[in-house]
Ligand binder design. Structure first.
Ligand SMILES: *Cc1c(COP(=O)(O)O)cnc(C)c1O
Length: 365
């Protein structure tokens, strides 16, 4: 605290990201990174962008990242998008979402958020002075669309949801945007490639729908920090206005080159997402065999609880075995842990460690 702080800064409660440990021998299953490397074509494109002497880095990048917008349009050719439907942003979809909150969700009425969801949303509300109303998920952590049919300044939903992995069927998303034409419905599809059906096909029919995406999870480029949003050109123009009042060059040359090629390499995306989904099914079965309740997941993580073990303690014991998972100290979910799907070898290490932990008879609830 300091007298030099603005009153806004005094009032902020910042987001706390999952740990990025400095030790390299840990099995890191806490922040939903992809266990596989990014597309080799994307890596080659980044190397080529730098060249031998790095001379291209003397120059500013394309402020509009047109090649990346084109790559998004081509990646989703079946939905007949144009570059005017696409906003691309640097520093991940987190920064894209920040612009969305400021540009499209700050109105008289409060926005609606599920009680259990990506915990960055309330942080943006605090940063931009946006009121929100929290709508509880049902007992199975599912959204009831009826609960969102009420006046609001906007709706933000992650689909699949984080940290539960729960998927809302496309029909429900359509009901939600149909029932809510007076404000913007934001669907955060950070995990949609791991088993859900995208809402991008609705964009041309609903001028109030905005879909946010990232290359961090399914494209294995969390370190590159690239996100994008797709919606009616009027929504995109609002985001461009905010972006161009904030930073003209949010995407650097490496990010534009790598993300453009990652989106073009569909075969690689298909291969790696299938591998993650196979790993998820195998891990879910192993954990059920150890007595865990495993929520159905359409994401690259599973959300589990053990009826006889305290979740925080389990997470701490896993850490002693060199494995990190995510535990949230939040009502309703403080007895769950979220586990990112790793490689087969990482998942096997996790299961072996859990077996050992569960056999020791301390820590029974
Ligand atoms: C990981 C994640 C994001 C943001 O990812 P970026 O790395 O900033 O693109 C956004 N929403 C949800 C729900 C996420 O889990």
């Amino acid at each position: 605290m300091s007298r030099y702080w603005s009153s806004l800064v005094h009032s902020l409660t910042p987001y706390v990201p999952g740990e990025q440990p400095k030790l390299s021998n840990l099995v890191k299953l806490n922040t939903n990174e992809n266990p596989y490397p990014p597309s080799p074509r994307a890596v080659a494109a980044m190397r080529q962008e730098i060249g031998n002497d790095g001379a291209s880095l003397r120059l500013y990048p394309d402020p509009n990242a047109d090649s990346l917008k084109q790559a998004v349009v081509r990646h989703f050719a079946e939905f007949a998008l144009t570059p005017a439907h696409v906003f691309v942003g640097g520093n991940g979809s987190d920064e894209v979402l920040a612009h969305v909150f400021m540009a499209l969700l700050k109105h008289e009425q409060p926005i609606l958020l599920p009680d259990i969801s990506y915990s960055f949303y309330p942080v943006y509300c605090g940063l931009y002075g946006i009121d929100s109303v929290t709508i509880p998920l049902d007992d199975r952590f599912a959204i009831r669309v009826e609960d969102y049919v009420r006046d609001n300044g906007g709706i933000v939903i992650a689909n699949p949801n984080a940290p539960t992995g729960h998927l809302l069927p496309l029909g429900d998303i359509e009901r939600l945007v149909t029932a809510n034409r007076r404000s913007v419905v934001v669907i955060d599809e950070a995990y949609i490639d791991f088993g859900g059906e995208t809402a991008l096909g609705l964009v041309n029919r609903f001028p109030n729908l905005l879909v946010a995406r990232t290359l961090s999870k399914s494209h294995a480029l969390a370190g590159l920090r690239v996100g994008y949003a797709v919606g009616d050109p009027a929504l995109i123009e609002a985001l461009e206005r905010v972006k161009n009042s904030f930073n003209s060059y949010p995407l650097d040359r490496m990010a534009i080159a790598g993300a453009t090629e990652a989106l073009a390499d569909r075969e690689y995306l298909e291969k790696t997402r299938q591998a993650v989904m196979r790993g998820r099914a195998a891990l879910a079965a192993s954990l059920q065999g150890l007595g865990f309740d495993v929520l159905p997941s359409a994401a690259n993580f599973i959300f589990v609880r053990h009826p006889q073990r305290d979740a925080a303690e389990l997470a701490a014991q896993l850490r002693q075995h060199g494995i990190i998972v995510r535990h949230f100290r939040q009502t309703r979910i403080n007895q769950h842990i979220r586990i990112t799907i790793g490689t087969d070898a990482q998942c096997e290490r996790l299961v072996a460690a859990l077996k050992e932990i569960l056999q020791s008879d301390s820590n029974n609830l």
